[in-house]
Design a protein around this ligand. Structure first.
Ligand code: 5RP
Length: 214
């Protein structure tokens, strides 16, 4: 099966968790695009979506799905998003699409977080995929030096500006044996907005294609 077919199946399989009347948190990326397309078929049965990026907002609106402001809704029952890597504890690396900050906010506000991936994203240890970190632009060099002290090789994603007006450093060479601890440590560096490690709040359920991993 191709990667795209696995992504399509994962996106459609996530519909199992969508209930009538729900507000659905929606992530970002090519796998999520399949989920949005599937969600459109039930758009009259849900209350609306909370989006994690301008990219997803555009696709949701194209389908006529109501996009709601997170500040105007309470807790979100369900959040569906992709990932760049997923370990056996459902800890994730995210941010390949530079949407990590809003993704982390919506994931934090959600009761259930379903991660949809193709099988190439499964890893024993996180870190093969360079870890994205969103930084305040004036802090880029300082944060990069702090990352080098921790054994990483940060590369500026030149030309990319996030939806929040910030920049991305992609950190190569990290073998992430303790994701919760590393997320906590990197969050302390002044100028870091968001670390693309989703370990303190991992996914609750991972769908690899249509197959479920709890
Ligand atoms: C965006 C993300 C995406 O979920 C991640 O990059 C996976 O994308 P795709 O589904 O296109 O492989 O974290 O910031």
């Amino acid at each position: 099966m191709t990667k795209d077919e696995e992504k399509r199946r994962a996106g459609r399989a996530a519909m199992r968790y969508v209930e009538d009347g729900m507000i659905v948190g929606v992530g970002t990326g090519s796998t999520v695009a399949h989920f949005i397309d599937a969600l459109a078929e039930r758009k009259h049965l849900i209350e609306g979506a909370v989006s994690s990026s301008k990219q997803s907002t555009q696709r949701l609106k194209q389908h006529g799905i109501a996009v709601l402001d997170l500040n105007a809704v309470g807790d979100i029952p369900l959040y569906v998003d992709g990932a760049d890597e997923c370990d056996p504890n459902r800890c994730l690396i995210k941010g390949g699409g530079a949407a990590l900050t809003r993704e982390k906010i919506v994931a934090a506000a959600a009761r259930v977080f379903i991660c949809i991936i193709d099988s190439s994203k499964r890893v024993a240890t996180l870190g093969g995929f360079p870890l994205p970190i969103e930084v305040i632009p004036m802090a880029r060099s300082y944060v990069a030096r702090e990352l080098v002290k921790r054994g990483g090789q940060p590369v500026w994603r030149d030309g990319v500006v996030t939806d929040n007006g910030n920049w991305i450093l992609d950190v190569h060479g990290l073998r992430i044996a303790k994701p919760v601890e590393l997320e906590r440590d990197l969050n302390q560096i002044a100028g870091v907005v968001t670390v693309g490690l989703f370990a303190q709040r991992p996914a609750d359920i991972v769908l690899i294609g249509a197959d479920e991993m709890h």
